[in-house]
Design a binder for this molecule. Sequence first.
Ligand SMILES: [Zn+2]
Length: 104
Amino acid sequence: MNCLEFSKKALADPNVILPEMTLHLNACKKCSQFVKEMEAFDAKLIKVVDVVVPSEYPEKLWTKANACIQKQQWVARKVRYGLAALLILVFGVVFIMGKILFYL
Ligand SMILES: [Zn+2]
């Protein structure tokens, strides 16, 4: 077994070292280092996954999400009112201009 074959098998299933891999591992310093690095990475990964989420966290998240949604709805409502007011203003100006032109 060479280093490439060893690394392929080691990466395919990091938790299993086959007997032929052990022979290469005992003879190859590079692959031995590679396995140590993989084990260290696995240990870090397990620590990251094992993070405990505080119980109040989901509620805080929902509260912030709801506040954000309400703000977006408030802005959308103001834009709709603004557009409606502009439309009424335009119709009013056109109506008044029509009356003025009619009497001239
Ligand atoms: Zn090797």
